[in-house]
Design a protein around this ligand. Structure first.
Ligand code: SF4
Length: 326
């Protein structure tokens, strides 16, 4: 591990000053410390923000939910409002990492986490994300778990977060506070596709602090859930996943929110699937036809072509579960 200085801040102003000076924010530390041990990350200064008052879950005036950036994954998953209003969020959190990690890791840290591509974490391998211009060892290497959607010549790594898939489906907004004040970024714009700059992963500016993630109010009743398909049943990243929320009234689907994980360089919203569902009556044939659209635009690599069919089946199965026709 490279040498670094550590400072703990007591208030938001202190955090912003330290961030503006180039410090890296740390709270649970479950991703950053790992990467520092592997010398992938080499921050000069760590700014411990774990004491800031950003640890509440509140219902917004319009009936949405605001989850503070320092709420732990375990706290968010267990929160009564999260469980009742957006079970898809609770389920995504509970299917992530281990219980020990969920007790430490925060919501803000979760959406800032970096890819699990093994070449990214191996400092002897070529990796454009870690070292721009060095190449991408995964393109011709072991790429069974890599992305089939949103890839570029520079990078084909998946985004590892589960709850980010639920946030993408629900069209959450990220609240940021920085030297220029508050701003909100739609979740779809917060995580960046690799393009020619895979080292840039979030639309966050120097010194900005994530203060919360806000999920908008959605019509009720709303059924939602998260399905994760992986090589083993626990402590494993998704091969494919599906976050789905449906509002059905009078026997007709009025709203559909659908996103997939494990397949994209960012959580992958599926608007074609959503459009196919809205205005229709739930049925087995509808789920199958909608899921058929889940993988459109996919570009599989040598070893991960199986994800195309697996993604469709994951979406279809979760539509059946959430839609109530299983
Ligand atoms: Fe690096 Fe991305 Fe290639 Fe992995 S897929 S080696 S993270 S550039």
């Amino acid at each position: 591990m490279h040498p670094f200085t550590y400072t703990r801040v007591a208030d938001i102003r202190g955090a912003l000053n330290a961030g503006r000076a180039g410090g890296r924010y740390i709270a649970g530390g479950t991703t950053l410390v790992d990467l520092m041990r592997e010398t992938v990350e080499r921050p000069g200064t760590l700014v411990d923000i774990s004491g800031l008052p950003l640890d509440e879950v509140t219902v917004t005036e319009r009936g949405g939910l605001r989850i503070g950036a320092l709420v732990t994954m375990a706290e968010a998953a267990a929160h009564s409002k999260v469980r009742t209003l957006y079970p898809v969020v609770s389920q995504a959190l509970e299917l992530s990492a281990s219980a020990q990690l969920r007790n430490m890791a925060t919501i803000g840290g979760n959406i800032m986490q970096r890819t699990r591509c093994t070449y990214f974490r191996d400092v002897t391998a070529d990796c454009n994300k870690r070292e721009p211009g060095s190449g991408c060892a995964a393109r011709e290497g072991v790429n069974r778990t890599h992305a089939i959607l949103g890839t570029s010549d520079a990078c084909v790594a998946t985004h590892p977060s589960d709850v980010a898939v639920a946030f993408a489906a629900l069209e959450a907004r990220v609240h940021l506070l920085g030297p220029d004040g508050n701003r909100q970024v739609p979740f779809a714009d917060f995580l960046l596709r690799p393009g020619t700059t895979p080292q840039r992963e979030q639309a966050i500016r120097r010194g900005e602090l994530i203060t919360a993630v806000e999920i908008p109010a959605l019509p009720r009743p709303l059924r939602s859930g998260y399905l994760k398909v992986r090589d083993r049943q626990s402590y494993e990243f998704a091969l494919t996943s599906a976050a789905i929320a449906l509002h059905v009234r009078g026997g007709v689907i009025r709203e559909a929110k659908v996103a997939a994980g494990g397949v994209g360089t960012v959580p992958w919203k599926l608007p074609a699937v959503e459009r196919h569902l809205v205005g229709e009556r739930p049925s087995e044939s509808l789920w199958a036809a909608a899921a058929e659209k889940a993988a459109s635009g996919a570009h599989p690599l040598q070893q991960n072509g199986f994800k195309v069919e697996l993604l469709k089946r994951t979406v279809e199965r979760q539509l059946r579960i959430v839609g109530g026709t299983k």
